[in-house]
Design a protein around this ligand. Structure first.
Ligand SMILES: Cc1cc2nc3c(=O)[nH]c(=O)nc-3n(C[C@H](O)[C@H](O)[C@H](O)COP(=O)(O)O)c2cc1C
Length: 146
């Protein structure tokens, strides 16, 4: 069965990256780092999932996705093929917790599949892997019946 790839962005603190690597280790899922320019310039050939941290900019109104994620989402085909969003955040940011993932979900109409703090716990990785596995199955179903 095709395993839906996860495209993620992680800053130099690499908290999101550690979660992504753990996800890849648990079941061999492909995870691609949007901090790399060749990944940002590529286009997913089928359904894919975004994993992004939230980075609140200086002013309160401006809650933005990391620039690397925004660059990747410039392609309409890439946007169309995104089927869900996973968010990494920190509850210390209060009302802005997971703002990037939630705002993008609102704008794109795609669901937030899973949220965790920092690099997540082992349990978070396992729960997220299970959610992605159900999504793999649902997409395989769509392909065989549709
Ligand atoms: C400057 C800064 C702003 C942040 N803003 C938010 C925010 O608005 N909402 C949130 O949930 N987390 C916020 N965080 C927490 C990060 O999203 C979280 O630590 C994430 O795991 C970082 O992932 P990374 O190390 O892969 O970049 C912020 C962190 C920093 C350093």
């Amino acid at each position: 069965m095709r395993k839906i790839p996860v495209y993620y962005y992680s800053s130099s603190s690499n908290l999101t990256g550690r979660f992504a690597e753990a996800l890849a280790r648990i079941d061999g899922r492909r995870v691609l780092n949007l901090a790399r320019s060749e990944v940002r310039r590529s286009e997913p050939t089928g359904p894919w999932v975004l994993l992004t941290p939230s980075y609140k900019a200086g002013n309160a109104a401006e809650v933005t996705l990391p620039a690397g994620v925004r660059a990747f989402l410039r392609s309409p085909m890439t946007r169309r093929r995104m089927v869900g969003i996973i968010g990494s955040g920190n509850r210390n940011f209060g009302e802005y917790y997971q703002a990037a993932a939630r705002d993008l979900s609102q704008r794109s109409g795609r669901p937030v599949l899973f949220e965790f703090e920092l690099s997540g716990t082992r349990e978070d990785v396992e729960r997220c892997a299970a959610i992605l596995a159900s999504l793999d199955e649902a997409l395989a179903e769509v392909r065989s019946t549709g």
